[in-house]
Design a protein. Sequence first.
Length: 244
Amino acid sequence: MTVLVLGGTGEARALAEHLQSDGTAFVSSLAGRVTDPRLPVGEVRIGGFGGVEGLQKFLRDNAIEAVVDATHPFAAGISANAVTACMREGVPLLRLARPGWAGTAGSDTWTWVDGHDEAATAAAGGDRVFLSTGRQTLHRFVGPLARHETLVRVVDPLDIEVPARWTVLRTRGPYTREGERNLMREHHIDTLVTKDSGGTYTRAKLDAAAELGVRVIVVRRPAVPEGIDTVATVTAAVSWVQRR
């Protein structure tokens, strides 16, 4: 059996390690939106499939017998394409998604919003904003926060022009609670905007914000398509593959 792992996350890399150890044939696929991604073990392809039809062709051409969608919780496009392509080709599909932050310590004090436009409007009520939502949706904040002192943290260079009062910080996590606390103090942050990525990898900024009394705005995750088997741990995903 050959498994396709739609990845780019820490969970996807961990799953690849388990599959390699078990002797399961697999290929990992990354979208290619990060210039220097952390690569998983084993065979890796980088780049889009060309929509649903392209993914279907890949499944057929490579005799894929199972797909694990371990992409980022906000990678709604590829997740939707995987649902349709797998359904059409009769290939079993599993969604591996780390738990979100809803219900965790302090989450009841955050401002939860349904999208980045709503987040931008809410953030405009602050004076000094820390945007930690990634570069792909950054254009949504330019208008509402054009006159705000805004700190933007990204991995790759921006492909849009940002307001003069914005500071762009290029760095890659994981981040520590102390480091996040110092960063917010240095820039006198009073509002943090992030999305419900979940996990521990970027949790430190939320804990630091709680210490400093910084207002937190969180974008909710897109809904997972109905009828798709979903697990929250790599161990559960490995068990699912082993049962195929």
